[in-house]
Design a protein around this ligand. Structure first.
Ligand code: BG6
Length: 521
């Protein structure tokens, strides 16, 4: 390739063109909540700044806190300005965006509110707003049922002209029974095609790239199975504690908050068969097959194949931090888990006998989300006489965040007369290749919902099959002896039992901190 053409390709790679969303009014339930401030408004601001919003795109915030449009705009201004997700924040762009924001006070639990909302939206429409309605339920999950029936009572779930869609935030229910009940009430009101159950991990560029890596390249897929893979580990570690979410977290815990959705989705994308097409149903069909292959565990299996943890006081960087039980709003004898590790067995033709270990936790040593596929050692230790025996087997690392990228670890000969091999790494970095200017997950997902593309959202049967895996674990934990919490110090890599979880198989987690190819050795 000549340098000129290379430069052109590079420019194209660095400027991903985002499509424009349909005209619509986005109605946010829970507009004064944490998610709206931290994620939704910065994402919408960015999409507007990138020219992806139709001129007839507007936002209506709703919530119980009385506010004028101006006060709502002011509070969102603060949120966007201080958010790292709102890239290149400028007052000029904000002023343009703010004109699109409106607010209506109301209690989502009161049936009277929905007729007020309807009148408000009709008035907007008379003044030229789009008839298309996109509802975003960002309230605690327990309100979702009421909101959906409220929308039906005001006939906001159907439009004579245009469309009406609903985005539901996770957690979608808290077990199989409640997820089924919620699905039933939602699907009485909206068709499945208009229901967008969000799992924001699916909107992350690098998560989508798992499918491209696997199915757009012919070199990895032939070895992506039990004949070559020894085990898979998936880690989602955070240094953050529970922040201002103690009430939510006390009820939820790490298993429901992270494993039941984000980590199972990463497992499914790593393990699934190729879909017949890259469209919503074909992709989701294959993910459901993976969930169905993960057999629900008995109480004995849960005792042997899962670990829960809760952080005690410790140090994150240079700061002393309190233990979970000392956080405001947490019970002093709380048994909520802030760490969970599970050994999953994907019992199908491709993966029989290959364990998938997943772990997640708050207040861990670092922030990292990564999938590591460990390949089997070579059948013959040809270089065992040199120091080579030390390097670990080949590992493909799919790094979701931070430093998004993919690396392949392998052994190489150290230069010199002596036969000595060392582990090296071939590395692809998103930031180097694309300038690091990729849209954040919520931008991708909101835009997709506005355009009617549900590929990156979860389907009813998908959510229910996730709960079929998780609910038996929750139930077994309730029956098993209470764990001795706290069992890991803030700033560590989690409880010692998580290490022991892999020992019967002769496997080890790679360190969260060091990312060298032979970390495990
Ligand atoms: C959310 C969880 O779904 O994901 C949070 O409720 C968690 O507890 C967050 O912190 C992690 O998301 P991200 O995008 O920061 O990895």
């Amino acid at each position: 390739m000549t340098p000129v053409i290379e430069a052109e390709v590079e420019q194209k790679l660095k400027r991903p063109a985002l499509p424009e969303g349909d005209p619509c009014t986005l109605v946010i339930f829970g507009a004064s909540g944490d998610l709206t401030r931290r994620k939704l408004i910065p994402a919408l601001y960015d999409l507007c700044g990138a020219g992806c919003m139709n001129a007839r795109f507007e936002v209506v915030g709703t919530g119980r806190t009385p506010m004028t449009d101006e006060q709502f705009r002011e509070s969102m201004h603060e949120a966007a300005k201080s958010s790292k997700d709102a890239r290149n924040f400028s007052e000029e762009k904000w002023a343009k965006f703010a004109k699109r924001l409106r607010y209506i006070v109301g209690d989502p639990a009161s049936s009277g509110f929905y007729s007020d909302l309807r009148s408000f939206l009709e008035e907007m429409q008379r003044n030229g707003s789009s008839p298309n309605l996109l509802f975003y339920v960002s309230t605690p999950a327990s309100f979702a049922g009421e909101i959906v029936s409220g929308l039906q009572s005001a006939a906001l779930n159907q439009r004579e002209q245009g469309w009406s869609r609903i985005i539901l935030e996770k957690p979608f229910g808290r077990d199989l029974g409640s997820a089924r009940a919620l699905n039933e009430s939602v699907l009485k009101v909206f068709d499945e095609a208009n229901v967008y159950r969000i799992d924001h991990y699916l909107g992350k560029e690098t998560v989508q790239n798992i499918l491209v890596f696997r199915f757009a390249n012919s070199i990895f897929e032939p070895v992506w199975n039990r004949n070559y893979v020894e085990y898979v580990e998936i880690t989602a570690a955070e240094t953050l504690g529970v922040e201002r979410r103690a009430a939510f977290y006390e009820e939820t815990g790490a298993l429901r908050d992270m494993v039941a959705n984000h980590l199972l989705q990463l497992t499914a994308l790593t393990a699934m068969e190729p879909p017949v097409a890259f469209d919503a149903d074909s992709v989701r069909e294959q993910k459901v097959q993976v969930f169905r292959s993960i057999r629900p565990m008995s109480v004995e299996e849960v005792a042997a194949h899962t670990v829960r943890g809760q952080y005690g006081p410790g140090r994150i960087g240079d700061t002393d931090v309190p233990g979970y039980r000392q956080e405001p709003g947490v019970k002093p004898d709380s048994l909520a888990e802030t760490f969970a590790a599970v050994r999953l067995q994907v019992d199908n033709w491709r993966w029989a006998g290959v364990p998938f270990y997943v772990r997640t936790g708050k207040r861990l040593a670092t922030n990292v989300t990564e999938i590591k596929v460990h390949f089997k050692r070579t059948p013959q230790a040809l270089f065992a006489g040199s120091d080579t025996g030390k390097f670990g087997p080949n590992v493909v690392s799919l790094r979701i965040q931070p430093d998004e990228g993919i690396s392949v670890a392998f052994g190489a000969k150290r230069p010199g007369t002596h036969m000595s091999t060392v582990p090296v790494k071939a590395n692809f970095s998103y930031a180097d290749a694309f300038g690091g200017n990729t849209p954040v997950a919520y931008e991708t997902l909101i835009l997709d919902a506005m355009r009617g593309d549900a590929t990156l959202f979860t389907r009813r049967d998908e959510v229910e099959s996730e709960w079929k895996i998780i609910t038996p674990i929750e139930e077994a934990w309730a029956q098993l002896p209470a764990p001795g919490f706290p069992n890991y110090a803030a700033g560590s890599e989690g409880p010692a039992d998580a290490v022991r979880l892999l020992e019967p198989d002769g496997h080890r987690w790679m360190s969260m901190l060091r990312q060298e190819p032979n970390d495990a050795d």
